[in-house]
Design a protein around this ligand. Sequence first.
Ligand code: ZN
Length: 129
Amino acid sequence: MKGDTLNRCMQCGHTYSEGMPRCPFCNPEPEPPMRIAIMEICDEVKEVLLEKNRMYGDSLANPVNIFHKGSDLDGINARIDDKLARIRSAQTDDAEDAELDLIGYLIMKRAVKRIQADRKGRAEHGVFE
Ligand SMILES: [Zn+2]
């Protein structure tokens, strides 16, 4: 029966009856499906990356460097290349997961670069950790 399930507003996060065309709290313009898909996928990627970070810590940003002696970014670049090679040669059964991993590595690469730039900026201003 309509009205029993709830929609969650993508703008304000309130839930409201599925029978209502729009969120009554902020009354946004209805989002086209593409915008909804973008927001949902970005949220999913964020959740996956934060969960991995919770489980494995900052191993990508601070690798243990037992065998691999390159920079942090070298390590991430190697993982990106490896993932691309697996996608190209279809070694992966689930292409979507490989793509998700790839998205994740690209975001992690950007995060490491940002953290390094922040550290460099602080060091240049005489602020050390
Ligand atoms: Zn709302």
